[in-house]
Design a protein around this ligand. Structure first.
Ligand code: SF4
Ligand code: SF4
Length: 433
């Protein structure tokens, strides 16, 4: 993305590549798939409009105004426009660069900036700090305060973002990073050795899901190596415009996983997988392309991995369930993986897959978007859950922790009955005990 080109009114460091902006030919094919355009019907909130704004700044015709900043943050970075675009324009990525620019031209207030720096530069890069930061939330649940808050309806009086955070919080357990063995041996005939990239959100919020992933990989005949020194993939940093820390984390993770000498690097978090596959682009100005390329060639989402290596189905038990599948943006648009998750679902005996309308539309979570743009996020979610309801499926399946949180919250809010499951939880139901 960072071609040497005129930066115009962009700061030259981490400016969006001019050539990539220029590829937009204003055809409008992207308009029909953009959730923010669908809601606002406003050109500047469409992919084409955002590309035009970035072009005007790059050509020095427009300052990096608050309106440009706001559009960059209103973009969900769902990447749906990239899939639709015949010219390969990646407006979501251009907006990620614009968020970096926003830190230069419209820096946050001192306290907000200090908090942002602490979270992005100190807390997220440290698994131990992140685990400690969850202690108050775990106590809140274990001491029964959450039960009291919810049963007495106190949560209805919390300010918007806090109420959403409270509502979205699932039952927390011990982070998986602290419990998972560094090596889980393959069961049956050994087929290889994989490095398991245990994402922060999966370890902290969905430890049982990632436990299933490791169990499935072992049951499928792979040694599973899970390095405890793993760092955040950098996805939150890219989303918040801190590319410098994202680069630092990328270098650490590349060194860590290449040293393991594994055949594949597998993740069950669509957001992590997308970020890991983008390390090459993130670090394009470094000299070590051979190592970065070798790392990238090994990275697989869990469903991509299972579909590619062939699922051993001989021991699977029937799971009599109808399900519908919500495609995480970072899987379908970020990694181009639409077929493999369905192959995994269909490989499970007894499962009936009922397709929903707009399965590849964003659920409205989009990182911190769901907390910052509460009303827009809710409207996007309600559109999604309307399609879920129309399928009449018993369960809703997805493959990303952010989507999982948002969908489970929406299902509860709307009084729907479907449990939300990660694909590996569904597959785990079919595994022998
Ligand atoms: S972003 Fe792509 S699809 Fe959208 S107007 Fe530009 S060229 Fe067309
Ligand atoms: S990334 Fe998503 S929200 Fe952003 S412009 Fe593209 S389609 Fe719209």
């Amino acid at each position: 993305m960072a071609e040497p080109s005129p930066a115009g009114h962009f700061h030259p460091e981490d400016a969006p590549g001019y050539e990539s902006i220029l590829q937009c030919m204003r055809c409008g094919f992207c308009l029909a798939v953009c959730p923010t355009y669908a809601l606002t019907n406003r050109e500047r909130s469409s992919p084409r409009g955002r590309a035009a704004l970035a072009r005007a700044v790059a050509e020095g015709k427009l300052e990096f105004t608050p309106a440009v900043r706001d559009e960059s943050f209103l973009c969900l970075d769902c990447k749906a426009c990239s899939t639709a675009c015949p010219s390969g324009v990646r407006v979501g990525t251009i907006m990620e660069f614009c968020r970096s620019q926003a830190q230069v031209f419209h820096p946050p207030s001192l306290p907000a900036g200090m908090l942002r720096d602490f979270i992005l530069k100190r807390m997220l890069p440290s698994p131990a700090l992140m685990e400690n930061s969850m202690l108050p939330a775990r106590l809140y649940q274990r001491l029964g305060i959450q039960w009291a808050v919810r049963s007495l309806g106190i949560n209805r009086f919390l300010p918007g973002a806090l109420a959403k955070m409270e509502g979205i919080l699932p039952k927390l357990a011990t982070p998986l990073r602290l419990e998972i063995p560094e090596l889980i041996p393959a069961l049956g005939k050994k087929r290889g050795r994989v490095g398991f990239f245990l994402g922060c959100a999966m370890s902290l919020v969905f430890p049982e899901v990632s436990r299933q992933t490791a169990r499935i990989l072992s049951q499928q005949g792979f040694d599973v190596v899970t390095p405890k020194e793993v760092k955040c993939c950098g996805a939150p940093h890219l989303a918040e415009g801190d590319r410098e820390t994202a680069r630092r984390l990328a270098r650490i993770n590349i060194d860590l996983f290449l040293a393991l000498e594994v055949d594949f690097i597998v993740t069950d978090c669509a957001g992590c997988g997308c970020a890991l596959k983008e390390y090459e682009e993130l670090l394009e100005e470094t000299a070590d392309h051979e190592r970065i390329g070798r790392f990238k060639a090994k990275v697989r989402d869990i469903s991509e991995f299972l579909a590619e290596t062939g699922i051993r189905t001989e021991d699977l038990r029937p799971v009599p369930l109808s399900v519908t599948y919500h495609e995480p943006c970072h899987l379908v648009h970020g990694q181009g993986l639409s077929v493999p998750p369905r192959q995994v679902i269909r490989a499970i005996p007894g499962v009936e897959l009922r397709e929903m309308k707009e399965s590849n539309w964003c659920c409205g979570m989009a990182g911190s978007f769901a907390l910052k743009e509460l009303e827009t996020s809710r409207r996007i979610l309600e559109r999604k859950l309307g399609h879920v309801r129309a399928t009449g499926a018993d369960a809703l399946v997805t493959a990303n922790p952010g989507c999982h949180l948002q969908l489970a919250w929406g299902v509860r809010e709307l009084g729907m009955k479907q449990p939300v499951l990660h694909i590996v939880e569904l597959l785990g139901k079919a595994l022998p005990q």
